[in-house]
Design a protein around this ligand. Structure first.
Ligand SMILES: Nc1ncnc2c1ncn2[C@@H]1O[C@H](COP(=O)(O)OP(=O)(O)O)[C@@H](O)[C@H]1O
Ligand SMILES: [Mg+2]
Length: 246
């Protein structure tokens, strides 16, 4: 689904990505982990050409992005959704309009846009929040709006840059469940950047470890799945006592 072939990227003299070759298979949830500064975000942004590679080719769904015209690239980008740690919603637009933006740019009919926006909001469980503004939402709800926006154009790939890194454990589980559903029910290929190993182990089936701009290794794992979080006070007390004993 995504192939990077000897892709390099420097910022001034600094080589952030050093001739990386990596294939992401159709239908997988592929993790990208590594220390801060190892090049995870840059590699992700190379996958939709938000960063232009200095050398090498980027291929998505059979098309070599690095050889497309600006117009062709705009079209292919619609099949690649992206979400971020800090959501990137437009503060003075409603939830509905934040999702609609993706479709208005594409010039769809108003009635079609409305149907599609509501469908996407329903998928992330926010259909009742359509008229709210971002400031009225929790972090998890904001991320679900961003996910709905990323889904609006029916992407084949979803690029996720630390989407749960500013969320608490309960909300993280909620977002991971939504991402899993997108992968399982809609067949969307997901690339998931994170520095949180426990999160990656829950949903990824392959994980690439980055170090200093290179892929150190790629490991195939059995995803652990997303367990319900235990919120009972007894559980908290039990955990505290157990930690105390060790
Ligand atoms: N736009 C940029 N200009 C200059 N340096 C950058 C830029 N983007 C990233 N870098 C540098 O490239 C390296 C990799 O960054 P990044 O991909 O953000 O790492 P990660 O996401 O793993 O923390 C870092 O050293 C960072 O400072
Ligand atoms: Mg990063």
């Amino acid at each position: 689904m995504i192939t990077l072939q000897n892709v390099s990227k420097s910022f001034s003299r600094f080589e952030a990505i050093k001739s990386v070759t990596l294939t992401i298979e159709k239908g997988e949830i592929h993790g990208l982990v590594g220390a801060s500064g190892s090049g995870k975000s840059t590699l992700l942004r190379l996958m939709n050409l938000l960063e232009l590679p200095d050398t090498g080719d980027v291929e998505v769904n059979g098309q070599t992005l690095t050889r497309l015209s600006a117009k062709e690239l705009r079209l292919v980008r619609k099949s690649i959704g992206m979400i971020f740690q800090h959501f990137h919603l437009v503060a003075n637009k409603t939830v509905f309009d934040n999702v609609a933006v993706a479709l208005q740019l594409a010039g769809s009919r108003k009635s079609d846009i409305r149907l599609r926006v509501l469908e996407c909001l329903q998928f992330v469980g926010l259909e009742k929040m359509a008229e709210k503004y971002p400031a009225q939402l929790s972090g998890g709800q904001k991320q679900r709006v961003a996910i709905a926006r990323a889904l609006a154009n029916n992407p084949q790939v979803l690029l996720c840059d630390e989407p749960t890194s500013s969320l608490d454990p309960n909300t993280t589980a909620e977002i991971l469940t939504v991402l899993n559903n997108i992968n399982q029910q809609l067949g969307v290929t997901i690339v998931f950047v994170s520095h949180e190993m426990d999160v990656v182990k829950k949903i990824c089936s392959r994980v690439s470890v980055m170090s200093e701009g290179e892929i150190y290794d790629t490991v195939t794992i059995e995803p652990l799945g997303i367990q319900a979080i235990d919120n009972r006070p007894e559980y908290f007390v039990q955990q505290l006592k157990r930690d105390g004993e060790e």
